[in-house]
Design a protein around this ligand. Structure first.
Ligand code: SF4
Length: 486
């Protein structure tokens, strides 16, 4: 039996109280601020965000190094990104985000390789600057076609006070002004991976834009040049987005950073418009490009046909009639394909309830795609969102949706057990917990090794994957704990 909005709100409040009752008083008081129910008409979701997690509660967050190396810098394909410090940080974050790229790995592209300075005890005691110099020399010998190097600091680098800026400057001079970027993204900085995104954005500003000058005077601008910002090409997302922009008549001069190159970063100030997908991880550089170079930026959402059409029209509104007509042509061209996808999957997915817990833009942006398939989001939350993310979320969620910021492992399990959604969309750390509970699950960070999910091509794959997860006959062979109890 489905609940009314008022009943849903009451149920959610009781549920929040129930999970908080288990905590010590101080913890309960702190966590209470991060849990709530969305009230229609409010300007935010009523939860506190972007504050330190409580030790011991099993947060799902990552660290600043993960935000810089794993998200922003790692996908730049023609540069070599050194995980600077002990081996584990690089090893466990190795290629895990499936940032697809074109190139010959180990020759002119390096995304799926792991470069680490593999710190040992003596490096911690005596410092690692000499080792870093040696590694840069080795990289130049072994991979002479690399276009630049970044130094991604792990925790010990800041703790022992290594001067990676001095090493980077020295080596850059030695190698004819090569771009070598020291990134102070030690994992302990900030409260989550979010500060790592910001630090990485700032390092592009300071060590790419401010130092590069115009390295590409041969570049010829057109009135239709745009840069895709904040698409990491997971499973090919940026490619399925780029073709739509190109089909409507725009020229994509840069992809930040999935399948992107150093030259694309350097040319971005020449764009006429920056189109921003992941606001959280790249709003900083978009604002900088607007303030310093006068390039406007606009957010878009390429999940599901409803939001794609809205976004194509919004992007087109920055250009002339040729592009506006191009947007309409693209929307009309893909409409029959989208209708066929909806006709096939909506009857199988209609009314199914989904709970999400993801990072970046997805806790809100994917909602439209689920709704295109007749599904309903009953709970959502951000790993590392800020208040401006929760404000943006109000445009997507319905009255009474359960909201949980930086949800703990315990809270998430309790919420899912009580609400019993038909699908949970979250990350690898949650996947097996819920599947063992008998709940269909999709990884909404990595698309569960599938994708792309962006663009019209991506929606067809998204719909198929959600159907495969929910209507998989395997669920009939297992029982959820609550069903056993009945
Ligand atoms: S918190 Fe520090 S040690 Fe842990 S993964 Fe991040 S950089 Fe490495």
């Amino acid at each position: 039996m489905s609940l009314t909005v008022e009943q849903t709100k009451e149920r959610n409040q009781a549920l929040i109280k129930e999970v908080l009752d288990v905590y010590p008083d101080k913890t309960a008081k702190r966590r209470a601020k991060h849990l709530g129910t969305f009230e229609e008409g409010k300007s935010d979701c009523g939860v506190k965000s972007n504050v330190k997690s409580i030790p011991g509660v099993m947060t799902i967050r990552g660290c600043a190094y993960a935000g810089s190396k794993g998200v922003v810098w790692g996908p730049i394909k023609d540069m070599i990104h050194i995980s600077h410090g002990p081996v584990g940080c690089g090893q466990y974050s190795w290629a895990s985000r499936r940032n697809y790229y074109i190139g010959t790995t180990g020759i002119d592209t390096f995304v799926t390789m792991q470069f680490t300075s593999d710190f040992q005890e003596k490096d911690i005691v005596f410092g690692g600057d000499k080792k870093l110099e040696k590694i840069i020399d080795e990289i130049q010998d072994l991979f002479p076609l690399n276009h630049g190097i970044t130094v991604q600091s792990e925790c010990p680098i800041g703790l022992i006070g290594d001067d990676i800026e001095a090493v980077s400057k020295k080596k850059s001079k030695e190698y004819d002004g090569k771009t070598i970027v020291p990134v102070r993204c030690e994992g302990f900085r900030g409260v989550s991976q979010s500060l790592g995104h910001h630090i990485a954005n700032d390092s592009i500003r300071d060590w790419v834009f401010d130092k590069a000058g115009d390295k590409h005077p041969e570049f010829k601008s057109t009135p239709y040049d745009v840069a895709i910002i904040g698409d990491y090409n997971i499973g090919g997302d940026a490619w399925s987005s780029r073709i739509l922009l190109e089909e409507m008549g725009l020229r994509v001069i840069a992809q930040w950073s999935g399948d992107g190159s150093l030259a694309e970063l350097e040319n971005t100030p020449k764009a006429k418009l920056n189109v921003l997908h992941c606001y959280r991880s790249m709003n900083y550089i978009s604002r900088h490009l607007e303030e310093k170079y006068g390039v406007p930026w606009v957010e878009y959402n390429f999940f599901g046909p409803t939001k794609i059409a809205e976004s194509l029209r919004t992007i087109a509104s920055y250009f002339d009639d040729k592009i506006k007509e191009g947007a309409e042509r693209v929307i009309a061209k893909y409409q029959p394909l989208m209708q066929a996808v909806i006709d096939k999957y909506r009857p199988r997915l209609e009314g199914k309830k989904v709970m999400l817990f993801v990072g970046g833009l997805r806790p809100r942006h994917v909602i439209g795609a689920y709704e295109d398939l007749g599904m309903e989001i009953v709970g959502t939350g951000y790993e590392f969102g800020h208040n401006d993310d929760y404000q943006r979320t109000t445009h997507y969620v319905k009255d009474g949706t359960l909201i949980y910021d930086d949800v703990t492992g315990y809270e998430f399990e309790k919420f899912v057990e009580a609400i019993q959604p038909d699908l949970v969309g979250s990350g690898i750390k949650e996947k097996y917990v819920f599947q063992k509970m008998g709940v269909p699950f999709r990884q909404m960070h990595s698309w569960d090794y599938s994708g792309p999910y962006h663009g019209y091509d991506g929606f067809a794959i998204f719909a198929r994957d959600m159907d495969m997860a929910i209507n998989n006959p395997v669920w009939g062979l297992t029982k959820t704990p609550w069903k056993k109890a009945v």
